[in-house]
Write a protein that binds this ligand. Structure first.
Ligand code: SF4
Ligand code: SF4
Length: 396
């Protein structure tokens, strides 16, 4: 994959009438195509068999604790911002069997059939989701500390990522809770994709970002775009960056949060927070998991399963003396400081890509951009260094 600003591939124009052929091409190459689909009034990423299953002609209205779909422009296939799910569930499944033991004549016999990794074409990802994949790559496929061995779940992640094709659609109409522009992760993808597309009414301006993406474009009925088409595509993404639903001032944010551990705002947010964990479940970068063991009813097979866990649960911080993060105040503070601050120390990047999901899907509409602004506004002004490089400036 190419790096930002070094793309050697020329942009192409792809007419919408050929979208069905593109899905067929991907399927013929053995890909399971995942795209935004309409599932009971919510747009979700699901496997599709044809372009008619894409959530076409709908647009979303998003705000804190609020998500609605309404009739949109029938000519547009990708007029919704992100829904509750992301690529995360496809590389890091919510439930995953790690291993099983058969109990035969009183002895445990390993029953370890390696889970098949799918060959996925993620079609219609948003630039913030692409940034989130890069964040999770550091968590699951990172090589630090040197010589670290990957566990079975991480090996699955690495295999699925290696097989995947990432087709991004640049955002031209951000959602009400989006703030990717503040985090440098959108609304236009600049690196890390196989193909990036900007939707116009008649077709897509497309850009390959890897040799695999370029080879896909060679199989499609693309043509050179006109100067007007290129100008319109650029104008649409430029306008999107000026119309974000939210903004987050990231100047000196690590030191801002570090120096406000006892701020009274944490009590205010704790009075509203239900500690339900929705924010962590929908977040495309949250990676915590736990394991549980079970046996079948005949006690013939024991299975260890890994499943997503949330730092908002009581049991999450349980140690021999009980949970050490036993207040909601402590849990919310831990989560937000990790996302925006301590993630930098751990992984050299922000843990937040500005997708806005945690705001939309919080049942009481708690908004980390609002919480950060409230802490900043009531804190003594400090000269903030730009110690928060934009996601796109961070070298891998
Ligand atoms: S913390 Fe919220 S806005 Fe940031 S990446 Fe996670 S869900 Fe998106
Ligand atoms: S911030 Fe919102 S989504 Fe997250 S745990 Fe609290 S109530 Fe649930």
């Amino acid at each position: 994959m190419i790096k930002a600003g070094t793309n050697p591939y020329p942009r192409k124009f792809f007419p919408k009438v050929a979208l069905a052929a593109m899905i067929e091409t991907l399927k013929s190459q053995g890909y399971t195509v995942i795209a935004p689909t309409l599932c009971r009034d919510v747009v979700k990423l699901r496997p599709i068999t044809g372009s008619d299953e894409i959530a076409r002609g709908v647009r979303d209205v998003q705000d804190g604790g609020h998500y609605r779909l309404e009739q949109g422009d029938e000519a547009l296939f990708f007029d919704c911002a992100v829904g509750p799910d992301s690529a995360k569930a496809y590389f890091f499944p919510a439930r995953q069997e790690l291993f099983a033991l058969d109990i035969e004549r009183g002895r445990f016999v390993p029953h370890q059939s390696r889970v098949q990794t799918p060959k996925l074409a993620l079609f219609g990802l948003r630039p913030c989701d692409l940034a989130a994949i890069r964040v999770q790559d550091r968590v699951f496929a990172g090589t630090e500390p040197a010589g670290r061995k990957q566990c079975e779940a991480e090996l699955y992640y690495s295999r699925a990522r290696a097989e995947s094709l990432l087709i991004v659609v640049n955002c031209t109409r951000p959602g009400g809770t989006c703030f990717c522009d503040s985090m440098g992760s959108g609304p236009k993808a600049v690196e890390g994709f196989d193909v990036a597309m900007t939707e116009l009414r008649s077709g897509f301006v497309m850009e390959a970002g890897s040799e695999t993406g370029m080879s896909l474009l060679r199989d499609l009925p693309v043509r050179d775009p006109s100067p007007a088409e290129l100008e319109l595509a650029d104008l649409k993404t430029d306008l999107a960056s000026k119309h974000m639903g939210r903004t987050l001032d990231t100047r000196g944010i690590v030191e801002l949060l570090d120096s406000n551990i006892e701020h009274p705002r944490w009590d205010k947010v704790a009075a509203r927070c239900l500690s339900c964990g929705n924010c962590t479940m929908v977040c495309p970068t949250c990676f915590c998991s736990t394991v549980s063991d079970s046996s079948d009813l005949a006690v013939k097979r024991a299975t260890r399963t890994r499943h997503w866990e949330s730092c908002f649960t009581h049991r999450f911080s349980y140690t021999t003396t009980g949970p050490h993060r036993h207040t909601i105040r402590g849990r919310y503070r831990h989560w937000m400081r990790h996302k925006l601050g301590t993630w930098w120390e751990q992984f050299g990047t922000s843990g937040c890509v500005g997708c806005g999901r945690c705001i939309t899907w919080c049942p009481v509409g708690i908004d980390l951009t609002e919480e950060t602004a409230a802490i900043r506004d009531s804190s003594p002004k400090v000269e903030h260094e730009a110690n928060f490089p934009l996601e796109s400036e961070v070298t891998k």
